[in-house]
Design a protein around this ligand. Sequence first.
Ligand SMILES: [Zn+2]
Length: 422
Amino acid sequence: MISVAFSVFFISFLLVTLLVQFWLGSRHIRHILQHRSQVPAQFAEKIPLAAHQKAADYTIAKTKLGLVLLIFNALVLIGFTLFGGLQWLSVTLVKITGPGMWYQISLIAAFAVISSLLELPFSYYSQFVLEQKFGFNKMTPGLFFGDLLKSTLLGAVIGLPLIWVVLTLMDKSGALWWLYAWLFWSGFQLLMMLIYPSVIAPLFNKFTPLEDDGLRARIEGLMQRVGFASKGLFVMDGSKRSAHGNAYFSGFGASKRIVFFDTLLSRLAPAEIEAVLAHELGHFKLKHIVKRMLVIFGMSLVFLGLLGYLKEQIWFYTGLGVEPMLLAKNDAMALILFMLSVPVFTFLFSPLTSISSRKHEFEADAFAAKHTDANDLVAALVKLYEDNASTLTPDPLHSAFYDSHPPATVRINKLLAASSAA
Ligand SMILES: [Zn+2]
């Protein structure tokens, strides 16, 4: 009985989430079309109409693809759960592997492989049709499949032992397994952050020390002014895959480094690069990165605790189309069902994360305006919006749900106000 109620609850949430997502997507498309014929007033002198229209068309094409993907993913989700996909996979695998740890690990591995194969046509289309059409794709199919092979191998080398540890904890460490799993998972996350810049990122990209002496002196001056120590300044060959530009920090503690995409350096003037970096340093100095990590660690503790409860409830399995095994462990299945069902219940809360992320963006902008010239950041943002074909006229509600950054117009108006007040 509870099981049927849970199925109904799950399907209702899925439908509501889909309806909201479709409504937001169509509002977004309509809003952009309505503003397509004119560049917003405060950008009129900076961005040509053709670039504005390219951004509109690019955003609309991406949003439409997103809507198709929503339907497809919902069908896959129902196929795995209520239509018995996972049940079939589990029964088939247990016959081959027997009921031990191999069954559990192969269930997760098979689920991961099937999911990524199903998603593959979409990512291929996105890269070689959509991004290509708007001039952003720099990848060859060889590089695309090479990346896929590398990340699959990496996923297996890192992921399989990780899953083995988690499953062992679930099986052997008693009722508080979720607490131990959380400690292990958090430690693993920290370790990955530590080794990512020097071990994993170089598998995919080349990093070379920043050679431009003038720019380096400028950046070192900025770092000194705001009191920031770093292991180095690097340039990444982002142009190998995409024309989109970016700058980021990676690592923490002693392994911190600053990475610029070559695409960003080639487009921005030194003062603009300095302003962009000041914004990123703002995130660091204002402890946004630490706060974000604490939120993630806190949330994962809550979710693991919830999984600790759900894993013992038969309705959690049967409500999602799976008969729990009597002779084999159901831990791997619980992990998969949890991962599949949680986003259905959390989507409606996504504006909450966007709100705090936007607050951080405004604070980092204010930090940059204080330590560099706000006009340089405005100039850099205008160029980045134009180069990345990001729309200047998103639908406000769509933006509230999905965007980690405030709309360009809001951000730039605030910066201009700050610079004229100074
Ligand atoms: Zn930011």
